[in-house]
Design a binder for this molecule. Structure first.
Ligand SMILES: [Zn+2]
Length: 132
């Protein structure tokens, strides 16, 4: 039973009492209360409908966003190790782990802080490139 149906049932019960809604204070009170309940029921049901519509729209947006993400990022980069995979390499000379920052990425060169050897970044293999 929806709220509206429950209120309609309540209204029917009240009408069965055959209260005088003009002269009886109790009758008037019950009549006004039921009127308010009817309004509340309609408002709540409208809100519920809106919430459902919004939920569906969010689902659509979420799917669209996933499509956009799939275009921007390669599928293989979508896992949780995204940062580690893309911006950490091992020094080919001393095997010190190196973090590649944006600056090094732009230059295409990195200097190992451990053995101080310069080497160029191989952008075609493990390191992901950012399209700009
Ligand atoms: Zn090194």
């Amino acid at each position: 039973m929806t709220i509206s149906e429950k209120v309609a049932y309540l209204k029917g019960l009240a009408e069965g009492l055959e209260l005088d809604v003009e002269k009886s204070k109790e009758g008037k009170l019950i009549s006004v209360m039921i009127g308010i309940l009817e309004e509340l029921a309609m408002t709540v049901e409208d809100l519920e409908e809106n919430a459902l519509d919004l939920g569906e729209e969010i689902d659509v947006l979420s799917d669209d966003l996933a499509d956009v993400e799939a275009v921007i990022f390669d599928d293989e980069d979508m896992d949780e190790d995204f940062e580690d995979e893309c911006f950490e390499v091992t020094c080919p000379n001393c095997e010190e782990p190196l973090t590649i920052d944006d600056e090094a990425l732009a230059e295409g060169m990195i200097q190992c802080p451990n053995c101080e050897q310069n080497f160029s970044l191989d952008l075609s293999s493990d390191i992901c490139t950012e399209d700009e």
